[in-house]
Design a protein around this ligand. Structure first.
Ligand code: GUN
Length: 295
């Protein structure tokens, strides 16, 4: 009705771009402190196989972020015809390279390469994507280790609200190995009561309406709509989809859900929410790997 009502009665926006900037500054400070103490410069190797244009943009951004944070970084790009054996040999060389603390092989890989074999070839101490069985096992058992960047970034966004996670009911929508499952484990480790919903969940809304925290990681727009949330909840939108007009959108109907959450709620936008956090957390993982390697 009145414009100012809209701004006072809708959920607060979690500014992922601003929070990512702060995390990247922390990574840069950490790297500078390591160097000042006579230690190594954190080093990340990024491998891209093939010519997927989206992947090319992602890896360039990762390397650029490293440079801006004062990290050492190398980008290795290979023709799509690179054999799996040749790729494994490169990973073995990087595993043995003391200037490299993190290794990231950009996914997806060409069809003739087995991604799991590639992930498992990376030394666990350098697995900055946190995709290996060793990293997944560390997360599962609550041991320290490298956490997958996207769910790690979501946790940082939730923590940024200042709302305690302990004792809250968190609903994760999606069960992928890269987001949904590690997200559920991170929330569990933070003492939330966790429900994981997925494509075979009969009544998604019945779960999300009970949730204090909802993480939508499905990859389908309009997965979470206004009637599906509780006022005051925190909504984290991991989805990156396109609307009919070509504009980016997440898994959440942003404006409607923002209103339904009310003034005590929190919500991440797309773009500018989870997206910028993934590179920031990759830098933190690389810094952590470098610190562990040079202890
Ligand atoms: N492709 C899309 N996202 C990712 C990621 O986080 N890591 C890797 N290695 N590949 C990706």
């Amino acid at each position: 009705m009145f414009a100012f009502w809209g701004s006072t009665l809708t959920a607060q926006i979690i500014d992922g771009a601003a929070i990512a900037k702060r995390v990247r500054a922390q990574a840069a400070e950490g790297a500078a402190a390591m160097l000042a103490a006579g230690g190594a410069r954190p080093g990340l190797a990024v491998i891209l196989v093939g010519e997927d244009p989206a992947s090319a943009v992602y890896v360039r951004n990762k390397v650029k972020a490293c440079q801006e944070a004062g990290f050492h970084s190398v980008l290795e790009t290979y023709d799509a015809a690179l054999t799996q054996d040749a790729l494994l040999a490169r990973i073995a060389a990087l595993n043995a390279d003391p200037a490299i603390h993190g290794i990231l092989v950009q996914m997806p890989l060409p069809k003739h390469v087995d991604p799991q074999a590639v992930i498992e070839a990376i030394a666990p101490a350098k697995d900055v994507d946190g995709f290996s069985i060793a990293s997944a096992g560390e997360l599962m058992t609550g041991l320290p280790g490298l956490r997958p960047a996207t769910p790690f970034g979501c946790m940082t966004l939730i923590e940024s609200t200042g709302v305690p996670i302990r004792g809250k009911h968190a609903v994760v929508i999606g069960r992928s190995n890269t987001v949904g499952k590690p997200m559920a484990l991170l929330l569990l480790q933070a003492h939330a009561t966790v429900t994981v919903c997925h494509s075979a969940t009969p009544d998604l809304a019945a779960h999300t309406r009970q949730a204090d925290i909802v993480v939508a990681a499905v990859g389908r727009r309009s997965t979470l709509m206004a009637g599906m949330v509780k006022p005051g909840a925190i909504v984290i939108d991991v989805g990156i989809n396109r609307k009919d007009d070509g504009k980016l959108c997440g898994d959440v109907e942003f404006e409607a859900v923002r209103e339904a959450l009310g003034p005590n709620g929190w919500i991440t936008p797309v773009p500018g929410g989870v997206g910028p956090m993934t590179i920031a957390m990759l830098l933190m993982n690389t810094l952590q790997a470098a610190r562990a390697a040079t202890k």
